[in-house]
Design a protein around this ligand. Structure first.
Ligand code: BG6
Length: 486
């Protein structure tokens, strides 16, 4: 179904996100026939250049970030013709009148402002948008992470944006929520009879959430070094995954109902601070090593710095203090330059209460449900079966496997495709509400403070490992192991 006529204004039009994600996502939606003829994409950045010159940038971005088999000449021409360019400066008045004129030529369009720029510019950009009277009733603003460097910073950003846009117009994006498998988690839990009755501390032993990347920080070192893995990945993506895994069933699949339930989880997270941070968290930083057989540099060399205590890996033992989850640890971990790019949620069920097979079959393994976000998105339910043959009652754990690509024959659309369409449609279900962001920071801030207060240093790990050995110790202290070691 086509979306309404729209203007998508991308601030940061010559940036990395526009080139890698936003332009390719809009191109794909155009190719799928979802963009109406009147839909325009207006890219803004400080650099003065002609529209034609910017079209060169768009073509380059698409040829680098869209598969060549998906680049169709007619779609490409149609897409490029939608793209306008405007040079304007967030902190000055230059260019704003031209932008206003361009926008006001189509006042009835749904107007979406996408802030794909550093968060320091969110406040000045909002101010300018307000001052030039660019907000129509059908306007929205999309805020990219990071929303501040801590709770205080996030509040300041939200306050500034809130002076110009109201909460129903603010779309705080977390692209993990646009991933197909993440949405599937809700289908799995709430559209099937068989999981929900088991989804609690009576039947679940513990849950592991891993977002592992094989890449290093690349040329984003400048940003990354002021952020670190806790802010870059845990505060947003991992906590969102945790919420969707742990939340109570919302009464409807509707923005506020879903967000109310996520918020309750964030508020129920047990506090980690100076008293327990050493035991509950591990910080790591990669050194040189090898990933997939290729020698790779260490973080400091990637950064070009002598010294840095920024974590490129973090593992946390989290707990949710509520009736459903009391006593069930959630082991969270994420890192750069790990052994492989895998993101998954692994639900480990408790052992059966009594085994009738002990004298014949040996140990019975626990059931596991693995929800794979990437690569090879899908789900695996591991169950015990009898080994075939007359050899006696020998039991084995085997996977019941579902892969999206195999089942549906197509790979999933990029998260940004879904989320950008949701922005134009005005659907906030997969976006974060202010109180969620605040609650997430309320849990993260004490951890950051504890690391500082206790001078909790990074442990080094060679690139290509699964993090520092302290991370293995964190889970082994509880008599458990990380998924890849099971
Ligand atoms: C971003 C982080 O939000 O997510 C990056 O800033 C990270 O550091 C990226 O690499 C991971 O996203 P994905 O979709 O590739 O898993």
């Amino acid at each position: 179904i086509q979306v309404s006529p729209f203007d998508l204004v991308v601030f940061g039009g010559t940036g990395d996100l526009a080139a890698r994600k936003l332009l390719p996502a809009m191109y794909q939606r155009d190719r799928a026939g979802q963009l109406p003829e009147a839909g325009r994409i207006i890219c803004v950045s400080r650099r003065a250049q002609t529209r034609e010159a910017y079209h060169g940038f768009v073509r380059d971005a698409l040829s680098s970030h869209v598969k060549s088999s998906e680049l169709e000449a007619t779609v490409l021409e149609r897409f490029v013709a939608r793209v306008h360019y405007c040079a304007a400066d967030a902190t000055g008045d230059g260019g704003w009148a031209e932008l206003a004129e361009l926008l006001n030529a189509a006042r009835e369009h749904v107007r979406s402002f996408y802030f794909a720029v550093s968060p320091d510019l969110f406040a000045p950009l909002s101010e300018q948008i307000g001052r030039f009277g660019l907000v129509t009733p059908e306007s929205r603003v999309v805020l990219e992470k990071p929303l501040g460097k801590n709770g205080e910073g996030a509040r300041a950003v939200n306050e500034a944006v809130g002076k110009v846009f109201n909460e129903s117009q603010i779309f705080r994006i977390d692209h993990y929520l646009g991933k197909e498998t993440v949405q599937n988690l809700m289908a799995l839990r709430f559209a099937n009879r068989m999981f929900e009755p088991l989804w609690n501390s009576t039947h679940i032993d513990h849950i592991q959430i891993t977002v592992a990347e094989d890449l290093g920080v690349g040329d984003r070192g400048g940003y990354y070094d002021t952020s670190g893995a806790l802010r870059d990945m845990v505060q947003n993506h991992i906590l969102q995954l945790l919420c969707l895994t742990a939340m109570e069933p919302p009464d409807a699949f509707e923005a506020d109902a879903v967000r109310d339930e996520k918020l309750k989880i964030l508020k129920a997270l047990k506090r980690i601070d100076e008293r327990n941070a050493e035991a509950a968290t591990v910080r790591g930083q990669y050194r040189k090593g090898s990933v997939g057989g290729q020698p790779t540099k260490g973080y400091l060399e990637d950064l070009g710095a002598e010294d840095s205590d920024t974590e490129t890996f973090v593992a946390i033992r989290a707990e949710i203090a509520n009736w459903r989850w009391a006593g069930v640890p959630f082991y969270l971990r994420t890192g750069k330059r790990l052994a492989a790019r895998t993101s998954e949620i692994v639900v480990n069920f408790r052992p059966i209460s009594h085994s009738i097979f002990d004298h014949t079959a040996g140990r019975i393994s626990q059931n596991r449900l693995i929800i794979r976000l990437q690569p090879d998105e899908g789900m695996t339910l591991e169950v015990m079966i009898k080994d075939p043959g007359p050899g006696g009652m020998r039991l084995r754990r085997i996977p019941l496997d579902m892969s999206f690509v195999e089942t549906f024959g197509v790979s999933n659309p990029d998260a940004y495709e879904r989320l950008l369409m949701d922005v134009i449609r005005g659907n906030q279900t997969l976006f974060m509400r202010l109180d969620e962001v605040t609650a997430a920071w309320n849990w993260i801030d004490p951890i950051l403070n504890a690391w500082k207060g206790n001078a909790q240093r990074v442990h080094h790990y060679p690139a290509g490992a699964w993090g520092p050995s302290a991370s293995i110790a964190l889970i082994e202290r509880d008599g458990r192991t990380w998924t890849e070691d099971m």
